[in-house]
Design a protein around this ligand. Structure first.
Ligand code: ADP
Ligand code: MG
Length: 324
């Protein structure tokens, strides 16, 4: 199978109707996308490297899902609607079964969010996946990291920490094995390998939320990005963080690690003014996504974690850093 046969067989889908905003898809020198009148483009790229972001033996269908999901999650954080995506793929060999499963996972998620694959690049090399997503939003509606304001409520969607627990289980970490047991339940594995991009929530929050981002490197570290960009501080009430039942079985220190510096959560962390509480709940309801109010933006710089009695708790604000 040559390069062009590979692209034709796995990534060029003859007969699949394209959304109207795709003027030209795979097959020419460029794809042509048409944003709705008066909209801005939102663009994001995420790369997944074998041994760094996934294990060599990961299910290729799950990998296809995750490669796109982490990119769609960035559009969600901004409040953008997907228009399309491109895929740059470096492969050690053309393994037909592997490619078919990868493409299945990718296209299932792409179709679910009307985000067609419109182009890419394919080369031989170490396994490495890079997706770029294109989205659209109305000018002034993006939920930017620098837009948090003193007095804002802080919210998180869904719940954090399960992906980290699943990762520690796969690495054979004793506390994770002890809490989860000898088998990794499918739903817990899915939290790591098949994250759900919160696109409907993100779009419903456009114009409601002040600042937002998606949690990829852990709650405290990622919240730190909003605080730094906005020049504010925050108080987080630990007791208000949603906790998955499986995390309740962990010792306190490990539970806190999962909840606060877990990574790979792909939940939305956002701030909104107190006057928008009803609008935030309406956005959560309309998108079918749980959101929890977990803290407050303050003028005092830094991040404080408070226990149930309002006392500050010591913690290390650690988040994942490839060069850290
Ligand atoms: P060019 O020579 O112009 O760089 P290529 O030969 O790399 O183009 O690719 C041919 C066509 O196939 C282009 O439209 C490109 O966008 C598309 N393409 C290549 N690789 C992929 C891929 N992995 N997924 C989707 N489309 C791809
Ligand atoms: Mg070209």
């Amino acid at each position: 199978m040559g390069e062009f046969e590979l692209i034709r067989r796995h990534f060029q889908r003859a007969g699949v109707a394209q959304p109207g905003n795709v003027v030209l898809g795979v097959g020419d020198d460029c794809a042509l996308l048409q944003p709705a009148p008066g909209h801005q483009l939102a663009i994001s790229t995420d790369m997944l490297v074998e041994g760094r972001h996934f294990f060599a033996d990961v299910d290729p269908e799950a990998l296809g899902h995750k490669a796109l999901a982490v990119n769609l999650s960035d559009l969600a954080a901004m409040g953008a609607r997907p228009l399309g995506c491109t895929l740059a793929l470096s492969l050690p060999r053309a393994d037909d079964a592997w490619l078919a499963a990868f493409a299945r996972g990718l296209f299932a998620l792409a179709d679910a969010h009307a985000c067609p694959l419109v182009g890419g690049d394919t080369t031989r090399g170490p396994l490495n996946l890079c997706i770029t997503v294109f989205g659209e939003l109305r000018p002034g509606q993006a939920s930017r990291r620098d837009a948090a304001q003193v007095g804002d409520d802080i919210y998180v969607s869904g719940r954090t920490g399960e992906a980290r627990l699943a990762l520690e289980w796969l690495l054979g970490t004793p506390w994770a094995r002890a809490a989860v047991g000898p088998e990794l339940p499918a739903d817990l594995r899915a939290r790591l390998e098949r994250p759900t991009p919160r696109l409907a929530l993100g779009q419903a929050l456009a114009g409601v939320a002040h600042a937002a981002l998606d949690l990829s490197d852990g709650l405290t570290g990622d919240l730190g990005h909003i605080l730094a960009a906005s020049g504010v501080g925050a108080d987080i009430a630990l007791a208000d963080l949603p906790v998955a039942p499986v995390l309740a079985a962990l010792p306190d220190a490990e539970r806190q690690t999962c909840l606060l510096s877990g990574g790979d959560d792909y939940e939305l962390l956002f701030t909104a003014p107190v006057s928008a509480r009803a609008a935030v709940q309406a956005a959560a309801q309309a998108s079918g996504t749980a959101v929890a109010r977990i803290g407050t933006v303050s003028a005092a710089p830094g991040l404080r974690l408070l226990d149930a009695s309002g006392e500050a708790v010591a913690f290390r604000a650690k988040s994942f850093d490839h060069f850290g």
